[in-house]
Design a protein around this ligand. Structure first.
Ligand code: GDP
Length: 183
């Protein structure tokens, strides 16, 4: 298969990336999905990090290799190598900060410029638990997703709402696309 590597214990290895403004919850979404953990004040070191998780899709075992910017977006220091070979991207904003929603256009531009042509993009409105501080309505996320042909979900890494679903939707879609191209 074009962009995946064969791994010893699994059928396919997929690279996926997390993108979005600083502090929208990318690291916590990843640690929730990969390790079922949540951190109140994360951000250990600066630099790209990634985590793995094995997922069963049908009768195949896929290993997701999910990359996190680990703070580099603060310095606008994400380079094209971050996106290279990624079959999926989770584009994250914070529903309590409109600015992070406005910046999605910039992130989409970057994803389309550097990313794989059939990269699956899932739009994530994170921090859905913070109902009282909401600045972006779910309908706005939904309309943008429709317009840009993306999947959309609101999540809470804190309360562990929809996190598993978001990753699974992306992985299932990646897998569908990959299996259509004769492997
Ligand atoms: P990143 O910079 O995008 O990787 O964001 P982090 O994962 O480091 O999260 C930034 C801050 O938002 C941290 O203080 C987290 O505890 C908090 N946070 C992340 N996700 C959620 C969430 O779903 N709900 C709430 N209430 N806080 C969250």
């Amino acid at each position: 298969m074009g962009n995946s590597l064969l791994d010893e214990e699994c059928d396919y290895l997929f690279k996926m990336v997390l993108v979005g403004d600083s502090a929208v919850g990318k690291s916590n979404l990843l640690s929730r999905f990969a390790k079922d953990e949540f951190h109140l004040d994360s951000k250990p070191t600066i630099g790209v990090e990634f985590a793995y998780r094995n997922i069963k899709v049908g009768d195949k075992l896929a290993k997701a290799q999910i990359w996190d910017t680990a703070g580099q977006e603060r310095f606008r220091a994400i380079t094209s190598s971050y996106y290279r070979g990624a079959l999926g991207a989770m584009l994250v904003y914070d529903i309590t900060r409109r600015g992070t929603f406005k910046n999605l256009k910039k992130w989409l531009h970057e994803l389309r410029e550097y990313g794989n042509r059939d990269m699956v993009i899932v739009l994530i409105g994170n921090k859905s638990d913070l109902v009282e501080s909401r600045e972006v309505e779910a309908e706005e996320g939904q309309s943008l997703a429709q317009l840009e042909d993306l999947c959309f979900l609101e999540t809470s890494a804190k309360e562990n709402l929809n996190v598993e679903d978001a990753f699974l939707q992306m992985i299932t879609k990646i897998f569908e696309i990959a299996s259509q191209k004769s492997l």
